[in-house]
Design a protein around this ligand. Structure first.
Ligand SMILES: Cc1ncc(COP(=O)(O)O)c(C=O)c1O
Length: 397
């Protein structure tokens, strides 16, 4: 039966990772995969994670099943992290949370819930969006459309075009939004733009599905959650998919959550019952280890402040790298203005290069990035930004 399967091309990111690994040149620079790196080029286990893990192993007496919704303490702590202490939606009743295998798992659960509620629903994603949003949201049968988002000329959000497109959608359309650190563009909505967006979403009765995968790595923990906090305070229904991969450095532990805000407690009970059944049919139960670590960090005073300190340092490093990158590119390259990189947030930016320039950077200068010229700023180091900028200048001309 399996002999007739077509062989699929490898995922583009895996291709870039493989080519980087195989390159013996010591100057090689990996700006492809979206993981945080420190100035030694490592993606370290955070100190708070190590400590929480040690405590967990000492304390844990069983490995028996948890439940389809996962770790209840983790779920509650994640709701508080995303929404902030004292948020109106935390009052019991309307908000329900299911632990998920990473942000990807949360996105897929959300998509399946939408399909169960409205099989004909259309999900509108930003143009461009993170490549994996497409299979995660459409493989369950939902249709995907795109709304304008990025303005290459400014490196910012094409806000008027975005708002205009969303203002024409029929009611009950689903709109996928990135809370902060937009992947792949780095272009984020300002607080005032979230407020304008809220009025369109509310007037048109759209369902916002917010993806928050970089909380704390853009402007700050509270600032990066401005959109989900505002929407959950003002709207009857919101879905929020959360990832702990980047801000806790728990990539391989597959740790995330889906928050569902419903209009009434009865609707919330129905939504969580559906989600439990969806989870049972997909993977039964989420992995516990990462969630137990995050729970330990967020509920332990010392561990939490240690984690917050490390997260602050990670954010600062990204911001410093952005500034240093613009400085180096400006010095090396007179023909193109890269100033927008310093105004963007999170780990990603486009260099705005064509496929030929990207290939040349890879083949001649050992600088690896995605084919669309998305770079992971955190893949740079202070000691190779100069080399990187010179290489870019050579291909830009
Ligand atoms: C925009 C966005 N959403 C969600 C995720 C989910 O990540 P994970 O499933 O590893 O938690 C990522 C990871 O790169 C991402 O960039």
């Amino acid at each position: 039966m399996l002999e007739h399967l077509d062989r699929l091309p490898p995922d583009p990111i895996l291709g870039v990772m493989g080519a980087f690994r195989a390159d013996p040149d010591p100057r090689k620079v990996d700006l492809g995969v979206g993981v945080f790196r420190d100035d030694a080029g490592e993606t370290p286990v955070m100190r708070a994670v190590r400590e929480a893990e040690r405590e967990l192993i000492a304390r844990q007496t069983t490995k028996t099943y948890v439940s389809a919704v996962g770790n209840a303490g983790f779920n509650e702590a994640m709701a508080r992290l995303v929404l902030g202490q004292g948020h109106a939606a935390l009052a019991p009743g309307r908000l329900r949370t299911i632990q998920a295998p990473g942000g990807c798992g949360a996105l897929r659960l959300g998509a399946e819930l939408i399909r169960a509620a409205a099989p004909d629903a259309v999900v509108h994603v930003s143009s461009p969006t993170w490549a994996n949003h497409v299979p995660l949201l459409s493989n369950c049968g939902l249709r995907l459309e795109r709304y304008p988002y990025f303005e290459p000329a400014t490196g910012g959000v094409a806000f008027e075009a975005m708002l205009g497109a969303l203002d024409r959608l029929p009611p009950r359309s689903v709109v996928l939004l990135h809370a902060s650190c937009h992947n792949p563009t780095g272009a984020d909505l300002e607080d005032a733009q979230w407020r304008e967006l809220l009025s369109v979403v509310s007037r048109r009765s759209l369902l916002p599905f917010i993806d928050i995968a970089y909380q704390g790595l853009g402007r700050g923990v509270a600032e990066d959650a401005y959109g989900p906090r505002l929407f959950c305070a003002e709207l009857p229904e919101v879905l929020v998919a959360v990832s702990c991969s980047k801000n806790f450095g728990l990539y391989r532990e597959r740790t995330g959550a889906l928050h569902v805000l419903s209009e009434t407690p009865a609707a919330a009970d129905a939504a969580i019952s559906q989600l439990m059944r969806i989870a049972r049919g997909l993977y039964s139960m989420p992995p516990d280890h990462g969630a137990a670590i995050v729970h330990g960090i967020l509920t332990g005073e010392q561990l939490r402040s240690s984690w917050e300190g490390e997260l602050d340092a990670m954010r600062l490093r990204i911001q410093q790298l952005r500034a240093a990158t613009v400085e180096a590119l400006t010095a090396a390259c007179r023909t193109k203005d890269f100033g927008y990189i310093a105004r963007q947030r999170g780990m990603f930016s486009y260099l705005g290069l064509g496929p030929q320039a990207v290939r040349e950077l890879r083949d001649r200068h050992h600088v690896y990035m995605m084919d669309d010229s998305r770079i992971n700023i955190a893949g740079l180091r202070l000691d190779n930004i100069g080399y990187f900028a010179e290489a870019v200048a050579k291909v830009v001309g």
